[in-house]
Design a protein around this ligand. Structure first.
Ligand code: FAD
Length: 484
């Protein structure tokens, strides 16, 4: 089964740091065990005859199933298959795991799909991306992205030597490849990824050639340190149902003179070309599509919990609770509508790849940064103090005060035990360290929301909206019209 192969593949000499120690056996480590078991079960779906068509597609030339994030869509059915696969993995994890590799795989698939067009940037691009795409697809590689540079001093740019030294850059070229040094700020899933897709959001200047690159770097590269944040994983699923299974670890990456072989150097040395690759619509659209499909699952999960909480304490009849629950439904419908619009208005690119409409996807990614904090605010308003009235452990239901527990934690419509479990689930969603991380994640995973919204404005054909306004307004003083 591929899940087991995935777990075993992680014992590959990678350098993962947690709590000041190097982690040697990730699958057995308490910080990663629960999460890796979740990923294992998702990978196994591709070997299950009853589920593999939901998440994968048949690759005839290889005689095996591959995950649908690798499927290049040319027809609406193929696009729907990609969407269904994102939706299935998201439903399995309640939208709580967003970097299950299907996002970064989609980026690679998009570059592969647009390789002819992108060959204009570099004649070797098509060959390199084709070889890598096939390898990633056929070996079920887990991928993640690391784009953001370290948060040292955002008022400075690469003209500042201190910044230039610390941001990821090339220190020398060799016959085998390039040697890179510097750091990348956050890579979710980093400790258990196979490869990192590295690029940058920097607005490069022509002289920034050492910092301008798009690379694919194996996690076990010599000199690469994966520095984890504090673990939010919890051992007991009954008390922490989400933290026990879904702690997607975030990490900072230190590249201490890492050799990247030429075949993994997709672009290097030409800032304009790197910017052009970053702006490639086919890849961005296929990858961001995953983000938005996953987001629907997350909103449905929050809404389901809010409904259940309201039912459990008998507040569903109150007008303001109904209004708030209705708002949550509105969020879901808006997000779903944007997914449907992006898929139904998908258009073929230059190579005939059916690309979801990016404007709807960008809209969903932007508005999502505001929906999630509001959804959590509503959940808190619905459950109020109930979230901190729960006992420290559900084990109290089996101890000496069991009878009292059953009596006083009772809900309007549910047993005391179920009610406590429900409120613990909700607390894990927003009050635990994992929950706090999720609020930060939904605000920032798609980049800085301030600049995200501003980009929408900047890229928009503004005249389309302003021209009718200017036409409506007459200069009466010059046109001889009488003001009545
Ligand atoms: C939980 C989590 C997981 C993540 N996982 C990944 C991942 O897997 N891969 C990945 O590549 N990235 C990941 N990210 C990083 C994410 O892309 C960034 O957080 C996001 O792009 C914002 O960048 P920043 O955090 O560096 O904030 P900064 O850019 O440092 O911004 C800090 C504040 O300053 C303001 N600011 C900074 N510069 C400017 C400017 N020039 N103009 C106007 N305002 C400015 C911002 O608006 C913001 O309010 C993750 C982030 C989080 C929180």
């Amino acid at each position: 089964m591929r899940g087991e192969t995935f777990l075993q593949s992680l014992n590959d000499g990678r350098t993962v740091w947690l709590d000041g120690k190097k982690v040697d056996h990730l699958p057995e480590h308490p910080a990663f065990k629960g999460t890796l078991q979740t990923i294992k079960s998702l990978f196994d779906m591709l070997d299950d005859p009853d589920q593999r068509d939901d998440v994968g597609y048949w690759v005839p030339e290889r005689g095996r199933y591959a995950h649908a994030s690798f499927l290049v869509p040319h027809t609406p059915e193929q696009l729907a298959k990609r969407s269904r696969s994102f939706s299935r993995w998201s439903a399995e994890t309640n939208g709580m795991m967003s970097r299950l590799s299907d996002y970064a795989r989609s980026l690679v698939t998009g570059w592969y799909a647009a390789r002819d067009e992108l060959s204009k940037l570099d004649p070797h691009f098509a060959h390199k991306i084709s070889a890598y795409y096939e390898q990633a697809r056929d070996r079920d590689l887990f991928l993640t992205t690391a784009i953001i540079d370290p948060q040292i001093d955002r008022s400075r740019n690469l003209d500042d030597e201190r910044i230039a030294e610390r941001f990821l850059h090339v220190v020398r070229e060799t016959e085998e490849g390039i040697v890179i040094r510097g750091a990348k700020m956050i890579a979710t899933g980093a400790p258990y990824t196979h490869d990192f897709v590295l690029s940058s959001f920097l607005q490069f200047k022509p002289q920034d050639r050492k910092h301008a690159h798009v690379l694919i770097v194996p996690a076990n590269s010599k000199g690469l340190h994966i520095v984890c944040r504090e673990s939010f994983a919890q051992p007991k699923e009954l008390n922490h149902p989400l933290s026990a299974k879904y702690d997607e670890m975030d990490a900072v990456l230190f590249f201490d003179d890492v050799l990247v072989p030429w075949e993994r150097v997709l672009l290097y040395g030409d800032p304009q070309k790197v910017l052009a690759l970053r702006a490639n619509k086919t890849a961005n659209s296929l990858a961001f599509h995953q983000n938005v499909v996953r987001y629907v699952a997350k909103l449905e999960f929050v809404t389901g919990i809010a409904f259940a909480v309201a039912e459990s304490i008998g507040t569903t009849g109150f007008l303001h609770i109904q209004e708030k629950l209705g708002e949550l439904l509105t969020q879901i419908e808006i997000m779903k509508a944007l997914v449907i619009a992006a898929e139904t208005e998908a258009k073929p690119d230059e190579s005939g790849v059916l690309v979801p409409a990016l404007s709807y996807i960008e809209t969903a990614r932007n508005i999502g940064t505001r929906f999630y904090p509001r959804a959590i605010e509503i959940l808190q308003q619905v459950g109020a103090g109930g979230f901190v009235q729960v006992p420290s452990s559900v084990e109290d239901f089996y101890g000496p005060i069991s009878e009292l527990m059953h009596r006083y934690y009772e809900g309007a419509t549910v047993s005391a035990e179920k009610k406590v479990q429900l409120f613990k689930l909700a607390w894990d969603l927003f009050g635990s360290p994992l929950g706090a991380r999720h609020q930060l994640y939904e605000r920032f995973y798609a980049g800085d929301p301030v600049r995200g919204y501003a980009n929408l404005y900047n890229a928009f054909d503004k005249e389309r909206l302003t021209e009718p306004i200017w036409n409506l307004l007459k200069e009466t003083s010059r046109g001889g019209l009488t003001i009545t």
